[in-house]
Design a protein around this ligand. Structure first.
Ligand SMILES: Nc1ncnc2c1ncn2[C@@H]1O[C@H](COP(=O)(O)OP(=O)(O)OP(=O)(O)O)[C@@H](O)[C@H]1O
Ligand SMILES: [Mg+2]
Length: 163
């Protein structure tokens, strides 16, 4: 229900294309300054979702897994900062990288393995938990924190229902 900024929205994805489409819907309605935090095991579909978000932002460059570099930047309608904390050993690594300048900047930031960076992110954000249901199915749980994210997720839910 709009107004309740905490209630999660669950969507089942049946394919890579479904997951990318959900990402695209988020990217298309992005206003700039978003923090999207992705949580889920290896192969859950975090990068796949990020590829969809990039499409929605009009980014044509292929989106690769950023694992080895912690952060990749892409330019589209808005800049996208794709962060992956999987290999981060100390918080100081991302602090030194100036992560704050990205996360609190005007672009859209997407963070894989966000649970490893607790405390680094704004209190208003969109948390997305991804879980494997089967080889091709995933459940995506959208947890908006803040009214703008709530509205974005409500719109996403409506569009996703029109599959
Ligand atoms: N419904 C689905 N949504 C997303 N990916 C799917 C789906 N079904 C199967 N897959 C497969 O799952 C894998 C998801 O890989 P992806 O790199 O997006 O995961 P990840 O969460 O980013 O993993 P990592 O933690 O290693 O970065 C791909 O091999 C993809 O083909
Ligand atoms: Mg990944």
């Amino acid at each position: 229900m709009a107004g309740n900024t905490l209630a999660p929205v669950e969507v089942i994805s049946h394919s890579v294309e479904d997951t990318q489409r959900l990402g695209r819907l988020l990217g298309e309605q992005a206003w700039g300054g978003e923090a999207i935090l992705l949580v889920g095991e290896l192969g859950a579909g975090k990068t796949c979702l990020a590829q969809g978000v990039a499409q929605g932002l009009g980014i044509t460059e292929p989106v690769l897994s950023p694992s080895f570099v912690l952060l990749r930047q892409y330019s589209g309608r808005l800049p996208m900062y794709h962060v992956d904390l999987y290999r981060m050993e100390r918080i100081s690594e991302v602090v030194d990288l100036g992560l704050d300048d990205y996360i609190y900047g005007d672009g859209l930031s997407l963070v894989e393995w966000a649970e490893r960076g607790t405390g680094l992110f704004p209190s208003e954000h969109l948390l997305i938990e991804l879980e494997l249901l089967s080889e091709t199915e995933r459940i995506l749980r959208f947890r908006p924190r803040g009214i703008r994210y709530r509205e974005a997720v409500d719109k996403l839910q409506i569009s996703a229902g029109q599959a």
